[in-house]
Design a protein. Structure first.
Length: 151
C-alpha cells in the first residue's frame, strides 16, 4: 500500500493587504509545488451597515479583493483559492478551518498603529485558539485607501 505524498495546507487571512510582495515571498518559500493555499478575506463592514445587517457591499468588496489576491498569487506561481469570510477574522478563520485542514496560518496585516487586527491581538488570539503555527506578514499595500476597514 502506497500513501499519497503529503500536501502542505496554508490558510492566509488578508483584508486589504493583498496582493503584497511580502506575502508572495513568504508563500513562495513555504508553499510546495502541490501545496493547497486558501485565502480568506473577511467581509468587513462599517458599524452602521453591520448594525442593520447590510453585508452585500462588504461581501462584494471582499470578493473583488480575493480575485485580485488569487490572480497575483497565481502570477507568482502559487496555486490558491479564495473564500469570503465573516467580518470577525477569528470567526472567519474558525469557519474555514472547520472544512480545511490547514497546517499553518499566515495573517497579513498593516503595520502596528495602522492595523485594527493588531490592536485586537489577532496574531496571539489565533495562536492560542487554533493551536497552529501562525506567521505574521506586515504589508503597506492598501494603506492609502479608506481606513474604515483597516486590516
Amino acid at each position: 500500500m502506497t500513501s499519497e505524498p503529503r500536501r502542505d495546507s496554508i490558510l492566509v487571512v488578508a483584508n486589504r493587504t493583498c496582493p503584497c510582495a511580502e506575502l508572495h515571498e513568504l508563500l513562495g518559500g513555504r508553499a510546495t509545488d502541490d501545496a493547497r493555499v486558501v485565502i480568506v478575506a473577511p467581509a468587513l463592514n462599517g458599524r452602521l451597515a453591520h448594525a442593520v445587517s447590510d453585508t452585500d457591499g462588504a461581501v462584494a468588496v471582499a470578493r473583488a479583493r480575493l480575485a485580485t489576491a488569487v490572480e497575483h498569487l497565481h502570477d507568482a506561481g502559487i496555486e490558491a483559492e479564495g473564500i469570503v469570510g465573516d467580518s470577525d477574522p477569528m470567526v472567519a478563520i474558525g469557519d474555514v478551518l472547520a472544512s480545511f485542514g490547514a497546517d499553518e496560518i499566515v495573517i497579513s496585516s498593516w503595520p502596528p498603529g495602522d492595523s485594527n487586527w493588531l490592536e485586537k491581538n489577532l496574531i496571539e488570539n489565533a495562536r492560542s485558539t487554533f493551536g497552529l503555527p501562525v506567521h505574521h506578514v506586515v504589508s503597506r499595500y492598501g494603506l492609502g485607501e479608506s481606513a474604515a476597514t483597516a486590516a
